[in-house]
Design a protein around this ligand. Structure first.
Ligand SMILES: [Cu+2]
Length: 733
């Protein structure tokens, strides 16, 4: 814990020492070089640093999985490295997700290449999650909160003797899926220069469920069906590289990173397509300067993505071409932010941001009705954001802090005229109707937040907050135009197997959130701690779906079906979510003896989501769930026994024919050994090899004839992974 000479230091220290909001979670001191957030993190926020991340890295190559022990966070299943996080029931691009300050955008009608799929877990240095009330300086164009993933900040030598070269290598193996991979880092640490190279690679075969889930299923339709417990289309290979240059001079810091990702294949068990290639280049240029009055930060980034999809080997495809789908996108962002320490009491933050996003999504001809031209799903789609914000933080006394912020954002979306595969009426009528529409929309979005924190004694802190947050529709909600059922099935980024048609007239979602948190602990914050956050969010113009009743996707069967995959169209409705996050820890035995220290930890998350226009449940809401763990530390060893309990999901989105899931319990064991530069993590996940279906796993579409709604049996949910023995070794030098 570093102490800085600032009046907020005491409060920051108090917050930094709060009992972990989740398992093995450290709330780091607010390093002046790396801070991306307000100095005072809200009680509803959490920061995970290296010691909390290390055991998680052994269990998955999906950086989103690093979040799974934060209360209030759940994950939509997707490909092996591409889960989509949800905060308090609001998922995907309802959350602002930043990787080293870059707002990376998915470029795929299935959101396969999600923001967090662009960073390997071994590259993640810290994660800050703003759930509940998100300050406007870190929010914008989101209603669910913010996830900021950071790599480790560049190190510099303080004197010539400290100049050095350092490195790190790591490798892992996971028995389920026979997954293996490695990472390496080489860094030159100079007084003014830091030069670093990072590379990582991960590869997995199809994973296995905890039992023979195919035997219980309704059987195959129109294609080969994998036998036994294998989860079709769950394999992947991912490669990431990054070169970084950082220059320090007095109070100046300049950083440039160039990163490349190459994913040759990633299967998606809850989509009708697999990612058969993703090539991404990122450039991230940052400048930061400390002044007597505060700090100035500026950033420019550029992301270029080439994404291709088709049907992988587990699927039954039509002809030899299958169904190729290509996406090219460019995301660019520029931000400038200043933080002024106006007085002992007041800090002011202000910033401007500009983000542009250009998307081409076309489906090359594949023969039959799918030709002879390319199908243009979204052609020259653009989504441009301009934002301006101001935020005032005041410490009125040792006990009382307040923060208020205001943000304006204009979001302009547009898409060019389209064409179908050919001039047949099944494509041409919809294309002509779409091309006749005025398609450009500009939303003027206003956000505000207000937070008050009161710490009456050294053993308790209370916080209350109010926020209005706005998010404009994404391009895949406004512009997919074809009502032909096969085309609509391909436009689905929630993994429910249904078809979706865009709606140009969608309005932005506006969320009003009220949140209250309490934090109780012993004065020294060593013995015990309990933290609770309760929240209610009312979302006006929530973008949900209704049964499609336009063009070719309507029909009485589609309107009334209570089983099977259906065709839907996006629509603004109204929604309400409320819930409670609880976390706590207690030191059972302070240790010192041969048994070491023993700590019990627990988290409980509950969220309830309702569509207020229809009275139905919202889609993919995580049922009541808890994790309980016992952790023993002796010397270099840490042993953890963890029980995960999840209730059944019975409240569902009927309009989507969402499938309920049963409750389950899992047992995990983890051991880590850290000695000097060596770290070994060993674990067994799902020790009892329980079979379970993941509440947010989505419809199982991983094999069979994916291109039609009847080509895959309906009602099968993607199962969770069976037992896996995991080992990861990391060595620094
Ligand atoms: Cu895709």
């Amino acid at each position: 814990m570093k102490h800085r000479q600032h009046p907020l230091t005491t409060l920051a220290a108090l917050l930094a020492a709060l009992p972990g909001a989740a398992f093995s979670q450290d709330i780091q001191s607010l390093n002046p070089v790396t801070v991306i957030a307000p100095r005072v993190l809200p009680v509803g926020a959490a920061e995970i640093t290296d010691s909390g991340l290390a055991p998680q890295r052994a269990t998955s190559s999906d950086s989103a999985r690093l979040l799974q022990d934060i209360p209030g966070i759940s994950l939509y299943g997707a490909g092996g490295v591409s889960s989509l996080p949800a905060i308090h029931g609001l998922a995907d691009d309802r959350i602002r997700i930043q990787v080293d300050g870059m707002d990376l955008m998915a470029a795929c009608p299935n959101h396969m290449n999600s923001a967090l799929s662009y960073i390997d877990p071994t590259r993640v240095g810290s994660i800050t999650v703003f759930a509940g009330i998100t300050p406007v300086s870190v929010g914008g164009d989101s209603i669910g909160g913010t996830i900021a993933v950071q790599t480790l900040p560049p190190e510099f030598a303080d004197n010539p003797e400290q100049v050095r070269a350092k490195g790190q290598i790591g490798t892992f193996y996971r028995s389920n899926g026979n997954a293996k991979g490695g990472n390496l880092a080489a860094t030159y640490v100079g007084e003014r220069l830091n030069l670093a190279y990072h590379a990582s690679s991960a590869k997995s075969a199809n994973t296995r469920a905890g039992a023979d889930f195919k035997a219980a299923g309704p059987g195959a339709v129109g294609g080969p069906w994998l036998a036994g417990d294998e989860v079709g289309s769950s394999n992947y290979t991912s490669n990431n590289q990054d070169i970084g240059l950082a220059l320090r001079h007095d109070q100046h810091l300049l950083q440039l990173n160039v990163a490349r990702q190459h994913i040759p294949f990633e299967g998606f068990p809850n989509q009708r397509m697999d990612m058969t290639g993703n090539d991404n280049t990122q450039i991230n240029l940052r400048y930061q300067r400390q002044f007597d009055w505060g700090r100035l930060q500026a950033r420019y980034f550029d992301q270029d993505t080439e994404h291709v999809m088709n049907m992988g080997p587990d699927r039954f495809s039509y002809g030899t071409l299958g169904m190729p789908m290509n996406t090219t996108a460019t995301t660019r962002g520029a931000t400038v932010q200043a933080d002024w320490a106006l007085s002992e009491r007041d800090t002011l933050r202000a910033g401007v941001e500009s983000h542009t996003y250009t998307l081409y999504d076309w489906w090359p001809q594949a023969g039959g009705v799918m030709g002879p031209r390319s199908f243009w799903n979204v052609d020259y789609g653009t989504r441009d954001r301009r934002a301006l914000f101001g935020e005032w933080e005041a410490q009125w006394s040792e006990q009382l802090t307040s923060q208020i912020g205001l943000r304006h954002e204009s979001v302009k979306t547009d898409a060019g005229p389209v064409q179908g595969y050919n001039a047949q009426a099944i494509w041409a009528a919809d294309a002509a109707a779409f091309n006749a529409l005025a398609r450009q929309r500009t939303d003027q979005n206003l956000d505000f937040t207000a937070l008050v924190r009161y710490a009456p004694t050294a053993t308790q802190t209370f916080e209350a907050g109010l926020a209005r947050k706005t998010r404009s529709p994404n391009l895949y909600q406004r512009y997919p135009w074809s009502t032909q059922p096969m085309a609509s099935l391909m436009n689905n980024f929630v993994g429910d197997g249904n078809g979706y048609v865009g709606n140009v007239n969608l309005k932005p979602e506006v969320a009003h959130t009220v949140s209250a948190s309490g934090d109780w602990h012993d004065a020294a914050q060593k013995q015990w701690g309990v933290k609770a956050t309760a929240y209610v969010t009312q979302v006006q113009d929530y973008i949900d779906a209704q049964r499609c009743n336009v063009g070719q996707c309507g029909g009485a069967g589609n309107q009334g079906a209570t089983t099977g995959f259906v065709n839907l169209q996006y629509v603004n409705q109204s929604a309400r979510l409320y819930g409670l996050d609880l976390s706590g820890n207690v030191l059972l035995n302070a240790g010192g003896g041969e048994w070491g220290s023993l700590t019990a930890r627990g988290i409980v998350s509950y969220v309830h989501g309702s569509n207020r226009s229809t009275g139905e449940g919202l889609y993919n809401i995580m049922p009541l769930n808890a994790k309980l763990a016992l952790e023993q530390r002796t010397g270099s060893w840490t042993h953890t026994v963890e029980v995960q309990l999840v209730a059944g999901k019975n409240r569902v989105s009927q309009v989507r024919n969402e499938v309920p899931t049963a409750g389950y319990g899992l047992l995990n064991l983890r051991t880590s050994y850290a000695y000097k530069q060596l770290r070994v993590d060993l674990g067994v996940e799902n020790l009892l090899n329980r079979f379970y279906t993941q509440p947010l796993g989505g419809a199982y579409l991983g094999q069979g004839a994916a291109m039609t709604s009847l080509g895959i049996p309906w009602g099968v949910v993607v199962p969770g992974p069976g037992r896996s023995v995991n080992v990861a070794v990391s060595l620094s030098f």
